[in-house]
Write a protein that binds this ligand. Structure first.
Ligand code: ADP
Ligand code: MN
Ligand code: MN
Ligand code: MN
Length: 578
Protein backbone atom coordinates (compact mmCIF):
# COMPACT_ATOMS: atom_id res chain seq x y z
CA UNK A 1 0.00 0.00 0.00
CA UNK A 2 1.33 3.38 -0.92
CA UNK A 3 1.67 6.04 1.70
CA UNK A 4 2.20 9.76 1.54
CA UNK A 5 4.07 11.54 4.23
CA UNK A 6 1.95 14.56 5.05
CA UNK A 7 3.37 16.93 7.65
CA UNK A 8 0.67 17.71 10.15
CA UNK A 9 -0.59 21.27 10.32
CA UNK A 10 -0.27 21.09 14.09
CA UNK A 11 3.50 21.20 14.00
CA UNK A 12 4.15 24.36 15.91
CA UNK A 13 4.85 23.25 19.43
CA UNK A 14 5.88 26.32 21.34
CA UNK A 15 9.00 26.03 23.45
CA UNK A 16 10.46 28.87 25.49
CA UNK A 17 12.83 31.01 23.43
CA UNK A 18 15.88 30.30 25.56
CA UNK A 19 15.86 26.70 24.38
CA UNK A 20 17.65 27.69 21.18
CA UNK A 21 20.56 29.91 20.41
CA UNK A 22 22.68 28.80 23.33
CA UNK A 23 24.05 25.31 23.71
CA UNK A 24 21.40 23.35 25.54
CA UNK A 25 22.54 21.64 28.68
CA UNK A 26 20.88 18.32 29.39
CA UNK A 27 19.28 19.70 32.51
CA UNK A 28 18.03 22.80 30.77
CA UNK A 29 16.12 21.15 27.99
CA UNK A 30 14.71 18.35 30.05
CA UNK A 31 13.20 20.73 32.57
CA UNK A 32 11.87 22.94 29.79
CA UNK A 33 10.34 20.45 27.47
CA UNK A 34 8.89 18.14 30.05
CA UNK A 35 6.69 20.85 31.50
CA UNK A 36 4.12 20.37 28.85
CA UNK A 37 0.49 21.14 29.71
CA UNK A 38 -2.34 18.88 28.73
CA UNK A 39 -3.58 21.21 26.02
CA UNK A 40 -0.16 21.37 24.42
CA UNK A 41 0.12 17.63 24.57
CA UNK A 42 -3.19 17.16 22.83
CA UNK A 43 -2.29 19.65 20.13
CA UNK A 44 1.08 18.15 19.41
CA UNK A 45 0.21 14.48 19.38
CA UNK A 46 0.45 12.65 16.08
CA UNK A 47 3.44 14.08 14.36
CA UNK A 48 2.70 12.57 10.95
CA UNK A 49 -0.52 11.86 9.20
CA UNK A 50 -0.36 8.70 7.16
CA UNK A 51 -2.81 9.11 4.33
CA UNK A 52 -4.14 5.96 2.78
CA UNK A 53 -4.28 5.83 -0.97
CA UNK A 54 -6.40 2.69 -0.78
CA UNK A 55 -10.17 3.19 -0.71
CA UNK A 56 -10.80 1.50 2.62
CA UNK A 57 -10.49 3.53 5.76
CA UNK A 58 -8.33 1.11 7.78
CA UNK A 59 -5.40 3.46 7.82
CA UNK A 60 -7.50 6.44 8.82
CA UNK A 61 -8.83 4.45 11.74
CA UNK A 62 -5.31 3.39 12.67
CA UNK A 63 -4.28 6.99 12.54
CA UNK A 64 -6.99 7.86 15.03
CA UNK A 65 -5.56 5.33 17.47
CA UNK A 66 -2.00 6.44 16.83
CA UNK A 67 -3.05 9.99 17.67
CA UNK A 68 -4.98 9.05 20.79
CA UNK A 69 -4.14 11.39 23.61
CA UNK A 70 -3.84 9.17 26.65
CA UNK A 71 -2.86 11.87 29.13
CA UNK A 72 -6.39 12.49 30.48
CA UNK A 73 -6.66 8.80 31.37
CA UNK A 74 -3.31 7.78 32.72
CA UNK A 75 -0.07 9.18 34.09
CA UNK A 76 1.83 6.43 32.34
CA UNK A 77 4.14 7.24 29.48
CA UNK A 78 5.92 5.23 26.79
CA UNK A 79 9.71 5.30 26.79
CA UNK A 80 11.52 4.19 23.62
CA UNK A 81 14.89 2.80 24.73
CA UNK A 82 17.43 3.34 21.94
CA UNK A 83 20.88 1.80 21.64
CA UNK A 84 23.60 1.21 19.06
CA UNK A 85 23.76 -2.29 17.58
CA UNK A 86 26.64 -4.59 16.76
CA UNK A 87 27.71 -2.91 13.51
CA UNK A 88 28.39 0.26 15.48
CA UNK A 89 26.13 2.24 13.15
CA UNK A 90 22.72 0.51 13.37
CA UNK A 91 20.24 1.93 15.86
CA UNK A 92 17.90 -0.41 17.70
CA UNK A 93 15.04 0.36 20.04
CA UNK A 94 12.21 -1.13 22.04
CA UNK A 95 9.49 0.41 24.16
CA UNK A 96 8.28 0.09 27.70
CA UNK A 97 5.76 1.73 29.95
CA UNK A 98 6.98 4.02 32.70
CA UNK A 99 4.64 4.82 35.59
CA UNK A 100 4.83 8.62 35.28
CA UNK A 101 6.48 11.39 33.28
CA UNK A 102 10.19 11.82 33.94
CA UNK A 103 12.57 14.75 33.65
CA UNK A 104 15.95 13.06 33.95
CA UNK A 105 17.41 9.75 32.74
CA UNK A 106 18.32 8.83 36.33
CA UNK A 107 14.61 8.41 37.06
CA UNK A 108 14.42 5.58 34.51
CA UNK A 109 15.08 1.91 35.22
CA UNK A 110 17.90 0.01 33.56
CA UNK A 111 16.69 -2.52 31.01
CA UNK A 112 18.13 -5.34 28.95
CA UNK A 113 18.04 -6.88 25.50
CA UNK A 114 19.14 -9.99 23.67
CA UNK A 115 22.67 -9.17 22.55
CA UNK A 116 22.93 -12.36 20.48
CA UNK A 117 20.35 -10.88 18.09
CA UNK A 118 22.35 -7.72 17.50
CA UNK A 119 25.77 -9.29 17.18
CA UNK A 120 26.79 -8.06 20.62
CA UNK A 121 26.80 -11.15 22.84
CA UNK A 122 27.18 -14.93 22.58
CA UNK A 123 23.93 -16.98 22.49
CA UNK A 124 24.57 -18.76 25.78
CA UNK A 125 25.05 -15.54 27.75
CA UNK A 126 23.16 -13.02 25.72
CA UNK A 127 21.86 -10.50 28.21
CA UNK A 128 23.09 -6.95 27.65
CA UNK A 129 22.09 -4.21 30.09
CA UNK A 130 20.86 -0.81 28.93
CA UNK A 131 21.69 2.24 31.01
CA UNK A 132 19.49 5.27 30.24
CA UNK A 133 21.77 8.26 29.54
CA UNK A 134 19.78 11.02 27.84
CA UNK A 135 16.11 11.70 27.19
CA UNK A 136 14.30 13.52 24.41
CA UNK A 137 10.64 14.16 23.72
CA UNK A 138 9.18 11.57 21.36
CA UNK A 139 8.01 13.38 18.21
CA UNK A 140 6.23 10.26 16.94
CA UNK A 141 4.08 9.50 19.96
CA UNK A 142 3.86 13.06 21.26
CA UNK A 143 2.53 13.75 24.75
CA UNK A 144 4.89 13.05 27.63
CA UNK A 145 6.35 10.07 25.83
CA UNK A 146 10.10 10.01 25.46
CA UNK A 147 13.06 8.70 23.49
CA UNK A 148 15.84 7.38 25.70
CA UNK A 149 19.43 7.19 24.48
CA UNK A 150 21.13 4.30 26.27
CA UNK A 151 24.53 2.68 26.36
CA UNK A 152 25.19 -1.00 26.86
CA UNK A 153 26.95 -3.00 29.60
CA UNK A 154 27.53 -6.59 30.57
CA UNK A 155 25.59 -7.81 33.61
CA UNK A 156 28.83 -7.31 35.58
CA UNK A 157 28.76 -3.62 34.71
CA UNK A 158 31.53 -3.53 32.08
CA UNK A 159 30.83 -1.50 28.95
CA UNK A 160 30.47 -3.89 26.00
CA UNK A 161 32.99 -3.39 23.15
CA UNK A 162 30.58 -1.38 20.97
CA UNK A 163 29.83 0.99 23.84
CA UNK A 164 31.92 3.99 22.80
CA UNK A 165 29.95 6.35 25.00
CA UNK A 166 31.44 5.11 28.26
CA UNK A 167 35.01 5.99 27.23
CA UNK A 168 33.87 9.31 25.78
CA UNK A 169 32.03 10.22 28.99
CA UNK A 170 35.23 9.46 30.89
CA UNK A 171 37.24 11.86 28.72
CA UNK A 172 34.55 14.54 28.95
CA UNK A 173 34.52 14.31 32.74
CA UNK A 174 38.29 14.86 32.98
CA UNK A 175 38.65 18.15 34.93
CA UNK A 176 40.98 19.61 32.27
CA UNK A 177 38.41 18.89 29.56
CA UNK A 178 35.51 20.14 31.69
CA UNK A 179 37.35 23.42 32.26
CA UNK A 180 37.73 23.92 28.48
CA UNK A 181 33.96 23.53 27.83
CA UNK A 182 34.43 21.82 24.43
CA UNK A 183 31.80 22.76 21.84
CA UNK A 184 30.94 20.62 18.85
CA UNK A 185 28.94 21.54 15.76
CA UNK A 186 28.42 18.41 13.69
CA UNK A 187 27.35 18.50 10.03
CA UNK A 188 25.62 15.20 9.41
CA UNK A 189 25.36 14.37 5.71
CA UNK A 190 23.19 11.50 4.52
CA UNK A 191 21.89 9.97 1.32
CA UNK A 192 18.34 8.85 0.56
CA UNK A 193 17.80 5.75 -1.56
CA UNK A 194 14.76 4.42 -3.36
CA UNK A 195 13.55 1.50 -1.28
CA UNK A 196 13.41 -1.25 -3.89
CA UNK A 197 16.40 -0.47 -6.06
CA UNK A 198 18.74 1.10 -3.48
CA UNK A 199 19.55 3.86 -5.97
CA UNK A 200 19.53 7.53 -4.86
CA UNK A 201 16.18 9.28 -4.52
CA UNK A 202 15.28 11.26 -7.66
CA UNK A 203 17.79 9.38 -9.84
CA UNK A 204 16.49 7.57 -12.94
CA UNK A 205 16.63 3.85 -12.16
CA UNK A 206 19.65 2.23 -13.80
CA UNK A 207 20.94 5.61 -15.03
CA UNK A 208 22.51 8.81 -13.78
CA UNK A 209 21.14 12.32 -13.40
CA UNK A 210 22.90 15.33 -14.94
CA UNK A 211 26.30 16.16 -13.43
CA UNK A 212 26.63 17.88 -10.07
CA UNK A 213 26.20 21.62 -10.00
CA UNK A 214 22.54 22.61 -9.79
CA UNK A 215 21.63 20.46 -6.78
CA UNK A 216 23.50 22.01 -3.82
CA UNK A 217 20.94 24.09 -1.89
CA UNK A 218 18.76 23.84 -4.98
CA UNK A 219 15.00 24.10 -5.38
CA UNK A 220 12.73 22.59 -8.00
CA UNK A 221 11.43 19.16 -8.92
CA UNK A 222 14.50 18.43 -11.07
CA UNK A 223 17.03 19.57 -8.46
CA UNK A 224 15.77 18.75 -4.99
CA UNK A 225 14.78 15.25 -3.98
CA UNK A 226 13.52 14.40 -0.49
CA UNK A 227 12.92 17.86 0.96
CA UNK A 228 9.85 16.66 2.92
CA UNK A 229 12.04 14.18 4.73
CA UNK A 230 14.65 16.79 5.55
CA UNK A 231 11.98 19.24 6.72
CA UNK A 232 9.99 16.70 8.73
CA UNK A 233 13.22 15.66 10.39
CA UNK A 234 14.15 19.26 11.16
CA UNK A 235 10.93 19.93 13.03
CA UNK A 236 10.87 16.55 14.71
CA UNK A 237 14.37 17.26 16.07
CA UNK A 238 13.39 20.69 17.35
CA UNK A 239 10.36 19.16 19.02
CA UNK A 240 12.48 16.44 20.61
CA UNK A 241 14.86 18.98 22.14
CA UNK A 242 17.76 18.18 19.82
CA UNK A 243 20.08 21.12 19.30
CA UNK A 244 19.67 21.07 15.50
CA UNK A 245 21.00 24.25 13.93
CA UNK A 246 20.17 23.99 10.21
CA UNK A 247 19.79 21.89 7.09
CA UNK A 248 20.75 22.11 3.43
CA UNK A 249 20.47 20.14 0.22
CA UNK A 250 23.84 18.67 -0.77
CA UNK A 251 25.99 18.63 -3.90
CA UNK A 252 24.98 15.11 -4.92
CA UNK A 253 21.28 14.87 -5.76
CA UNK A 254 19.38 12.91 -3.09
CA UNK A 255 21.96 13.87 -0.47
CA UNK A 256 21.15 16.15 2.48
CA UNK A 257 22.83 17.65 5.51
CA UNK A 258 21.73 18.88 8.89
CA UNK A 259 23.83 20.45 11.60
CA UNK A 260 23.62 19.80 15.31
CA UNK A 261 25.30 22.16 17.71
CA UNK A 262 27.14 23.80 19.15
CA UNK A 263 26.66 21.25 21.92
CA UNK A 264 28.89 20.74 24.92
CA UNK A 265 30.89 17.56 25.50
CA UNK A 266 29.10 14.23 25.57
CA UNK A 267 25.81 15.91 24.67
CA UNK A 268 27.01 16.25 21.04
CA UNK A 269 27.12 12.47 20.68
CA UNK A 270 23.76 11.95 22.40
CA UNK A 271 22.09 14.52 20.18
CA UNK A 272 23.54 13.13 16.94
CA UNK A 273 22.48 9.60 17.81
CA UNK A 274 18.97 10.75 18.72
CA UNK A 275 18.76 12.72 15.46
CA UNK A 276 19.91 9.68 13.47
CA UNK A 277 17.28 7.54 15.16
CA UNK A 278 14.56 10.05 14.29
CA UNK A 279 15.81 10.14 10.70
CA UNK A 280 15.62 6.36 10.46
CA UNK A 281 12.04 6.48 11.73
CA UNK A 282 10.99 9.22 9.32
CA UNK A 283 12.54 7.54 6.29
CA UNK A 284 10.88 4.30 7.42
CA UNK A 285 7.49 6.04 7.34
CA UNK A 286 8.25 7.61 3.98
CA UNK A 287 9.33 4.33 2.42
CA UNK A 288 12.80 5.68 1.64
CA UNK A 289 16.07 4.06 2.69
CA UNK A 290 18.62 6.06 4.67
CA UNK A 291 22.29 5.38 4.09
CA UNK A 292 25.24 6.88 5.94
CA UNK A 293 27.76 5.27 3.59
CA UNK A 294 30.59 7.79 3.05
CA UNK A 295 30.66 7.21 -0.73
CA UNK A 296 27.31 5.80 -1.78
CA UNK A 297 27.96 6.23 -5.52
CA UNK A 298 31.37 5.66 -7.06
CA UNK A 299 32.69 8.15 -9.58
CA UNK A 300 32.26 11.86 -9.96
CA UNK A 301 29.75 12.18 -7.11
CA UNK A 302 30.40 13.79 -3.75
CA UNK A 303 30.75 11.52 -0.77
CA UNK A 304 29.00 12.05 2.55
CA UNK A 305 30.88 13.35 5.55
CA UNK A 306 30.31 14.46 9.07
CA UNK A 307 32.42 17.61 9.39
CA UNK A 308 33.02 18.28 13.04
CA UNK A 309 33.38 21.91 14.07
CA UNK A 310 35.18 22.21 17.33
CA UNK A 311 36.30 24.81 19.84
CA UNK A 312 37.46 25.05 23.41
CA UNK A 313 36.99 27.93 25.81
CA UNK A 314 40.52 29.19 25.16
CA UNK A 315 40.00 29.00 21.39
CA UNK A 316 36.92 31.18 21.73
CA UNK A 317 38.72 33.78 23.85
CA UNK A 318 41.33 36.42 22.94
CA UNK A 319 44.48 34.81 21.55
CA UNK A 320 42.40 31.80 20.53
CA UNK A 321 43.99 31.48 17.10
CA UNK A 322 47.30 30.49 18.71
CA UNK A 323 45.46 27.83 20.71
CA UNK A 324 43.79 26.61 17.53
CA UNK A 325 47.21 26.33 15.84
CA UNK A 326 48.54 24.31 18.75
CA UNK A 327 45.49 22.06 18.50
CA UNK A 328 46.15 21.62 14.79
CA UNK A 329 49.73 20.64 15.52
CA UNK A 330 48.51 17.93 17.91
CA UNK A 331 45.96 16.79 15.34
CA UNK A 332 48.64 16.56 12.65
CA UNK A 333 50.79 14.40 14.91
CA UNK A 334 47.92 11.97 15.54
CA UNK A 335 46.49 11.98 12.01
CA UNK A 336 46.58 8.19 11.66
CA UNK A 337 44.84 7.58 15.00
CA UNK A 338 42.08 9.96 14.02
CA UNK A 339 41.63 8.57 10.51
CA UNK A 340 41.27 5.04 11.83
CA UNK A 341 38.49 6.22 14.17
CA UNK A 342 36.63 8.42 11.68
CA UNK A 343 34.33 5.89 10.00
CA UNK A 344 34.24 2.75 7.85
CA UNK A 345 34.99 3.13 4.14
CA UNK A 346 36.29 6.66 4.54
CA UNK A 347 39.17 5.85 2.16
CA UNK A 348 36.62 5.74 -0.67
CA UNK A 349 35.61 9.30 0.21
CA UNK A 350 38.87 11.04 1.18
CA UNK A 351 40.44 10.95 -2.25
CA UNK A 352 41.65 14.54 -2.51
CA UNK A 353 38.80 15.27 -4.91
CA UNK A 354 35.26 16.54 -4.29
CA UNK A 355 36.22 19.01 -1.55
CA UNK A 356 38.21 16.48 0.47
CA UNK A 357 41.86 16.07 1.41
CA UNK A 358 43.68 12.82 0.71
CA UNK A 359 43.38 10.30 3.55
CA UNK A 360 47.17 9.84 3.77
CA UNK A 361 48.30 13.38 4.37
CA UNK A 362 47.37 15.90 6.98
CA UNK A 363 46.84 19.47 5.88
CA UNK A 364 45.14 22.55 7.16
CA UNK A 365 44.29 25.93 5.74
CA UNK A 366 42.21 29.04 6.09
CA UNK A 367 38.99 28.81 4.09
CA UNK A 368 40.39 25.82 2.16
CA UNK A 369 37.88 23.02 1.66
CA UNK A 370 40.55 20.74 0.23
CA UNK A 371 42.26 20.43 3.63
CA UNK A 372 41.89 18.00 6.51
CA UNK A 373 41.27 20.91 8.86
CA UNK A 374 39.70 24.17 7.74
CA UNK A 375 39.82 27.38 9.72
CA UNK A 376 37.19 29.93 8.76
CA UNK A 377 38.08 33.42 7.52
CA UNK A 378 36.24 34.90 10.50
CA UNK A 379 38.34 32.92 12.94
CA UNK A 380 41.52 34.16 11.29
CA UNK A 381 40.23 37.73 11.19
CA UNK A 382 38.98 37.77 14.79
CA UNK A 383 42.02 35.88 16.08
CA UNK A 384 39.70 33.41 17.84
CA UNK A 385 36.92 30.98 17.03
CA UNK A 386 36.86 27.33 16.01
CA UNK A 387 38.23 24.78 13.59
CA UNK A 388 36.47 22.36 11.27
CA UNK A 389 37.69 18.78 11.08
CA UNK A 390 36.58 17.75 7.60
CA UNK A 391 37.84 14.18 7.83
CA UNK A 392 35.05 12.29 9.65
CA UNK A 393 32.80 10.17 7.43
CA UNK A 394 29.01 10.35 7.60
CA UNK A 395 28.96 7.00 9.41
CA UNK A 396 31.40 8.06 12.12
CA UNK A 397 30.52 7.52 15.76
CA UNK A 398 30.14 11.00 17.29
CA UNK A 399 31.13 9.67 20.72
CA UNK A 400 34.46 8.54 19.27
CA UNK A 401 35.16 11.59 17.13
CA UNK A 402 34.25 14.23 19.73
CA UNK A 403 36.11 12.58 22.57
CA UNK A 404 39.17 11.94 20.42
CA UNK A 405 39.24 15.61 19.41
CA UNK A 406 39.10 16.64 23.05
CA UNK A 407 41.73 14.11 24.04
CA UNK A 408 44.17 15.07 21.27
CA UNK A 409 43.79 18.82 21.71
CA UNK A 410 43.42 19.12 25.48
CA UNK A 411 45.03 16.09 27.12
CA UNK A 412 47.74 14.97 24.65
CA UNK A 413 51.15 16.63 24.99
CA UNK A 414 53.39 15.93 22.01
CA UNK A 415 57.07 15.32 22.64
CA UNK A 416 59.59 17.55 20.89
CA UNK A 417 60.83 14.48 19.04
CA UNK A 418 57.36 13.93 17.62
CA UNK A 419 57.30 17.52 16.46
CA UNK A 420 60.77 17.34 14.94
CA UNK A 421 59.78 14.14 13.17
CA UNK A 422 56.72 15.83 11.76
CA UNK A 423 58.85 18.77 10.66
CA UNK A 424 61.26 16.44 8.94
CA UNK A 425 58.44 14.67 7.18
CA UNK A 426 57.15 17.95 5.80
CA UNK A 427 60.65 18.88 4.61
CA UNK A 428 61.21 15.52 2.96
CA UNK A 429 57.82 15.71 1.28
CA UNK A 430 58.72 19.06 -0.17
CA UNK A 431 62.31 18.32 -1.13
CA UNK A 432 62.41 14.83 -2.52
CA UNK A 433 59.18 13.13 -1.58
CA UNK A 434 56.24 12.82 -3.84
CA UNK A 435 56.81 16.22 -5.39
CA UNK A 436 58.88 16.65 -8.53
CA UNK A 437 61.02 19.77 -8.58
CA UNK A 438 58.46 21.89 -10.38
CA UNK A 439 55.98 21.06 -7.63
CA UNK A 440 58.19 22.52 -4.89
CA UNK A 441 56.55 25.78 -5.74
CA UNK A 442 53.14 24.42 -4.85
CA UNK A 443 54.49 22.46 -1.91
CA UNK A 444 56.06 25.53 -0.35
CA UNK A 445 52.76 27.33 -0.43
CA UNK A 446 50.88 24.44 1.10
CA UNK A 447 53.57 23.74 3.68
CA UNK A 448 53.66 27.31 4.85
CA UNK A 449 50.46 26.98 6.82
CA UNK A 450 51.06 23.39 7.80
CA UNK A 451 54.44 24.12 9.33
CA UNK A 452 53.53 27.35 11.04
CA UNK A 453 51.79 25.39 13.82
CA UNK A 454 55.06 23.76 14.92
CA UNK A 455 56.53 25.08 18.15
CA UNK A 456 59.73 27.13 17.77
CA UNK A 457 62.50 24.52 18.15
CA UNK A 458 60.72 22.23 15.76
CA UNK A 459 60.20 24.89 13.13
CA UNK A 460 63.54 23.81 11.92
CA UNK A 461 65.35 24.60 8.82
CA UNK A 462 64.34 24.59 6.10
CA UNK A 463 60.65 24.56 6.77
CA UNK A 464 60.45 27.49 9.04
CA UNK A 465 63.49 29.68 8.76
CA UNK A 466 63.63 32.30 11.50
CA UNK A 467 63.25 35.06 8.96
CA UNK A 468 61.73 35.51 5.56
CA UNK A 469 58.97 33.28 4.29
CA UNK A 470 58.50 29.63 3.50
CA UNK A 471 60.98 29.69 0.64
CA UNK A 472 63.75 31.25 2.73
CA UNK A 473 64.95 28.08 4.46
CA UNK A 474 65.11 26.20 1.19
CA UNK A 475 66.80 29.13 -0.54
CA UNK A 476 69.50 29.43 2.12
CA UNK A 477 70.23 25.70 2.01
CA UNK A 478 70.57 25.61 -1.74
CA UNK A 479 72.63 28.80 -1.79
CA UNK A 480 74.99 27.28 0.77
CA UNK A 481 75.36 24.05 -1.18
CA UNK A 482 75.90 25.93 -4.42
CA UNK A 483 78.30 28.31 -2.63
CA UNK A 484 80.49 25.63 -1.04
CA UNK A 485 80.65 23.46 -4.15
CA UNK A 486 81.13 26.63 -6.21
CA UNK A 487 84.16 27.77 -4.19
CA UNK A 488 85.75 24.31 -4.32
CA UNK A 489 85.26 23.92 -8.06
CA UNK A 490 86.39 27.50 -8.67
CA UNK A 491 89.72 26.90 -6.93
CA UNK A 492 90.47 23.75 -8.91
CA UNK A 493 88.71 25.10 -11.99
CA UNK A 494 90.82 28.27 -12.03
CA UNK A 495 94.10 26.34 -12.07
CA UNK A 496 92.59 24.12 -14.72
CA UNK A 497 91.62 27.09 -16.85
CA UNK A 498 95.07 28.71 -16.40
CA UNK A 499 96.63 25.56 -17.85
CA UNK A 500 94.28 25.97 -20.86
CA UNK A 501 94.80 22.54 -22.27
CA UNK A 502 92.42 19.77 -23.06
CA UNK A 503 92.11 17.53 -19.93
CA UNK A 504 92.24 20.48 -17.54
CA UNK A 505 89.73 22.45 -19.50
CA UNK A 506 87.37 19.47 -19.71
CA UNK A 507 87.55 19.12 -15.93
CA UNK A 508 86.85 22.82 -15.51
CA UNK A 509 83.91 22.54 -17.88
CA UNK A 510 82.49 19.67 -15.86
CA UNK A 511 82.84 21.35 -12.51
CA UNK A 512 81.49 24.67 -13.70
CA UNK A 513 78.46 22.92 -15.12
CA UNK A 514 77.92 21.19 -11.75
CA UNK A 515 78.13 24.51 -9.92
CA UNK A 516 75.63 26.00 -12.29
CA UNK A 517 73.12 23.20 -11.82
CA UNK A 518 73.41 23.68 -8.06
CA UNK A 519 72.92 27.41 -8.34
CA UNK A 520 69.81 27.00 -10.43
CA UNK A 521 67.56 25.68 -7.66
CA UNK A 522 68.83 28.46 -5.41
CA UNK A 523 67.90 30.93 -8.10
CA UNK A 524 64.48 29.34 -8.50
CA UNK A 525 63.89 29.60 -4.79
CA UNK A 526 65.10 33.19 -4.77
CA UNK A 527 62.50 33.99 -7.41
CA UNK A 528 59.94 32.14 -5.36
CA UNK A 529 60.81 34.14 -2.27
CA UNK A 530 60.50 37.43 -4.06
CA UNK A 531 57.25 36.17 -5.53
CA UNK A 532 55.82 35.41 -2.06
CA UNK A 533 56.71 38.92 -1.11
CA UNK A 534 59.73 39.03 1.20
CA UNK A 535 61.12 42.56 1.22
CA UNK A 536 64.03 42.49 3.65
CA UNK A 537 66.83 44.46 1.90
CA UNK A 538 69.77 42.13 2.70
CA UNK A 539 67.93 39.05 1.66
CA UNK A 540 66.78 40.68 -1.53
CA UNK A 541 70.35 41.62 -2.40
CA UNK A 542 71.43 38.03 -1.81
CA UNK A 543 68.63 36.81 -4.01
CA UNK A 544 69.40 39.22 -6.79
CA UNK A 545 73.07 38.22 -6.59
CA UNK A 546 72.08 34.56 -6.84
CA UNK A 547 70.02 35.26 -9.88
CA UNK A 548 72.86 37.24 -11.50
CA UNK A 549 75.32 34.55 -10.41
CA UNK A 550 73.37 31.80 -12.10
CA UNK A 551 73.35 33.84 -15.28
CA UNK A 552 77.11 34.60 -15.18
CA UNK A 553 77.83 30.98 -14.26
CA UNK A 554 75.92 29.93 -17.30
CA UNK A 555 78.03 32.31 -19.35
CA UNK A 556 81.34 31.00 -17.85
CA UNK A 557 80.26 27.42 -18.32
CA UNK A 558 79.42 28.21 -21.90
CA UNK A 559 82.78 29.91 -22.43
CA UNK A 560 84.77 27.02 -20.97
CA UNK A 561 82.78 24.56 -23.05
CA UNK A 562 83.59 26.65 -26.12
CA UNK A 563 87.26 26.46 -25.10
CA UNK A 564 87.04 22.67 -24.97
CA UNK A 565 85.54 22.67 -28.48
CA UNK A 566 88.25 25.04 -29.61
CA UNK A 567 91.08 22.88 -28.29
CA UNK A 568 89.62 19.69 -29.63
CA UNK A 569 91.16 19.81 -33.13
CA UNK A 570 94.60 20.39 -31.56
CA UNK A 571 94.39 17.08 -29.80
CA UNK A 572 97.51 15.10 -30.71
CA UNK A 573 96.54 12.11 -32.83
CA UNK A 574 98.78 9.65 -31.06
CA UNK A 575 97.47 6.18 -30.99
CA UNK A 576 98.60 3.56 -28.54
CA UNK A 577 100.01 5.99 -25.98
CA UNK A 578 98.41 6.75 -22.66
P1 ADP B 1 29.97 24.69 6.63
O1 ADP B 1 30.28 26.09 6.22
O2 ADP B 1 31.21 23.88 6.78
O3 ADP B 1 28.95 24.02 5.76
P2 ADP B 1 27.87 24.66 8.66
O4 ADP B 1 27.23 25.98 8.74
O5 ADP B 1 27.15 23.57 7.95
O6 ADP B 1 29.37 24.83 8.12
O7 ADP B 1 28.11 24.10 10.13
C1 ADP B 1 28.86 24.80 11.07
C2 ADP B 1 28.60 24.23 12.45
O8 ADP B 1 29.55 24.77 13.35
C3 ADP B 1 27.23 24.57 13.01
O9 ADP B 1 26.65 23.42 13.58
C4 ADP B 1 27.55 25.58 14.11
O10 ADP B 1 26.63 25.49 15.16
C5 ADP B 1 28.92 25.11 14.55
N1 ADP B 1 29.72 26.12 15.26
C6 ADP B 1 29.67 27.46 15.15
N2 ADP B 1 30.53 28.04 15.99
C7 ADP B 1 31.16 27.04 16.66
C8 ADP B 1 32.18 27.01 17.66
N3 ADP B 1 32.72 28.10 18.16
N4 ADP B 1 32.59 25.79 18.10
C9 ADP B 1 32.06 24.67 17.57
N5 ADP B 1 31.11 24.66 16.64
C10 ADP B 1 30.65 25.82 16.18
MN1 MN C 1 27.68 22.45 6.17
MN1 MN D 1 28.05 19.58 3.51
MN1 MN E 1 31.56 21.83 6.60
Amino acid sequence: MAQILAPSTQWQMRLPKTTFGTPIQTKMWSSLVMKQNKQGAAKSSGRFRVVALAENSTVNRLEKLLNLDITPYTDKIIAEYIWIGGSGIDVRSKSRTISKPVEHPSELPKWNYDGSSTGQAPGEDSEVILYPQAIFKDPFRGGNNILVICDAYTPAGEPIPTNKRARAAEIFSNPKVVAEVPWFGIEQEYTLLQQNVKWPLGWPVGAYPGPQGPYYCGAGADKSFGRDISDAHYKACLYAGINISGTNGEVMPGQWEYQVGPSVGIEAGDHIWASRYILERITEQAGVVLTLDPKPIEGDWNGAGCHTNYSTKSMREEGGFEVIKKAILNLSLRHKDHISAYGEGNERRLTGKHETASIDTFSWGVANRGCSIRVGRDTEKNGKGYLEDRRPASNMDPYVVTSLLAETTILYEPTLEAEALAAQKIAINVLIGKHPWWAVNHAIERTHETASVLSIPARIFPIYFPMGNMATGFFIIFSLIAGVVGVATSVTGLTNVIQWDEPNLSAAAGSSFLTWTLTLPAMGLACKEINIGWTDANLRTLEVMTIILSATQLFCTGAIHAGVEDLAPKRPAVAGTV
